[in-house]
Design a protein around this ligand. Structure first.
Ligand code: PSV
Ligand code: MN
Length: 388
């Protein structure tokens, strides 16, 4: 039997990090569609993120991306975050938007470009220190488009060297997460394409290097919860970038394309007792809202993760184990599906009420007038977005 009051407690303590880039303008490679009221700088992005926390109560940190969120004084940025009720989360370097990086960053054939990329990664360690962040989150666009274009093995050597150089500079208590993605922007070979490659690099680096699983970075049909379970067993699951994909790396709202997959992932997390902060798994969103308004889209996404988590917490673990041990295929599947098919919205509304929150976060946000206020306040100036 599931203990409902324990489930409520765990749900109150859940933490989901939102990404600063979700609050800037974004689009496809064909067009960026600006939205009225969008944040103009890192400070305003934090204010928008604070609204997501204000109405959900479980999104108190914000990942930043450098240089998109470059400021003169990072301690001041962290102070601003605290003043609006959030804190700075993972720091994400960007080694994919400079001309020099056309043939890669840390794996570039030119040693001067590799040095520059490593320099930026180290700069981001300093940004993390200044903002009080404990996570350096790395993703590399490095790869090749044609067989023979470059040596796969040499590029792996360069990747290992760069990661070691950065790992060495991490202050105590800071972790390095290495994200993989199977293709894009490179089409033939990607230097960190899968969890195996990330895992191999992380094992060599040491305890504070872990794999980051972005749910959108897999080929269709990949059993992501299997990867999650394997990484958890090895103590190498550092965190998630949650989002949804239909075709490629779509960066749509998590739980939109496949809520059942999200449940299956959260089920592995709950089964391994890895939901709570001391398990060291960072639950982050990595999404872009090209069509839908950004702040409510983040609220909705946080709610989607919360719903999947609540369902995973409702799985009757004793009954499941019993059915599994009995070899009862249909019975075990039935236990899982009973939890998945539970409508957890009333439970979450109750949880919110005990947290002094409105049971309806989206409605409360709409009624707050924040959207109208920022449209008025931010009429002038240049909006933040990719590359700005
Ligand atoms: C790459 O597609 C990625 O998922 C990485 O996490 C980046 O940091 C993020 O998107 C934003 O570009
Ligand atoms: Mn990502």
């Amino acid at each position: 039997m599931t203990n409902i009051s324990a489930v409520r407690e765990v749900l109150r303590r859940q933490r989901i990090e939102t990404p600063s880039w979700a609050y800037g303008n974004s689009g496809t490679r064909f067009k960026v569609f600006p939205q009225p009221g969008v944040a103009r700088n890192a400070y305003e992005k934090l204010e928008d993120a604070a609204q997501v926390h204000r109405f959900t109560g479980i999104a108190p940190s914000v990942a930043i991306h450098i240089p998109w969120d470059r400021v003169d004084d990072y301690e001041d940025l962290a102070k601003h975050a605290r003043s609006v009720g959030v804190e700075i989360g993972a720091v994400n370097p960007n080694v994919f938007q400079e001309l020099e990086y056309k043939l890669g960053s840390v794996c570039n054939p030119d040693p001067a470009v590799r040095r520059r990329a490593i320099g930026h990664l180290k700069e981001c360690v300093e940004v993390a220190e200044a903002t009080g962040s404990t996570i350096l989150s790395l993703w590399f666009a490095d790869g090749t488009n044609y067989p023979g274009q470059d040596s796969i093995a040499r590029r792996q050597d360069c990747m290992a060297e760069a990661l070691a150089a950065v790992y060495e500079t991490l202050p105590g208590g800071m972790r390095l997460l290495l994200e993989y993605k199977f293709f894009e922007p490179a089409f033939y070979s990607t230097d960190v394409p899968d969890w195996g490659t990330s895992f191999a690099h992380c094992i060599r680096l040491g305890e504070r290097a872990q794999v980051l699983v972005d749910t959108g970075h897999h080929a269709p049909g990949t059993n992501i919860e299997f990867i999650v379970a394997v990484l958890l067993r090895a103590g190498k699951l550092g965190g998630f970038h949650f989002n949804s994909r239909f075709y490629a790396d779509d960066d749509l709202m998590v739980g939109a394309a496949d809520p059942f997959q999200l449940f299956r992932i959260m089920n592995e997390i709950v089964a391994a007792s890895a939901l709570e902060a001391d398990a060291g798994v960072a639950f982050m969103l990595d999404q872009c809202h090209n069509l839908e308004p950004k702040i409510p889209a983040e609220i909705r996404s946080v709610m989607n993760v919360q719903e999947a988590t609540a369902k995973a917490l409702l799985v009757d673990r004793d009954a499941l184990r019993e059915r599994q041990e009995a070899g009862d295929v249909l019975g075990a599947y039935g236990v899982l599906m009973d939890a998945y098919n539970t409508d957890v919205r009333p439970l979450l509304a109750e949880v919110r009420e005990t947290m002094d929150l409105d049971p309806d976060p989206l409605g409360a946000y709409a009624r707050s007038g924040y959207a109208e206020r920022i449209i008025e306040l931010r009429a002038e100036g240049t909006q933040a977005g990719w590359g700005t």
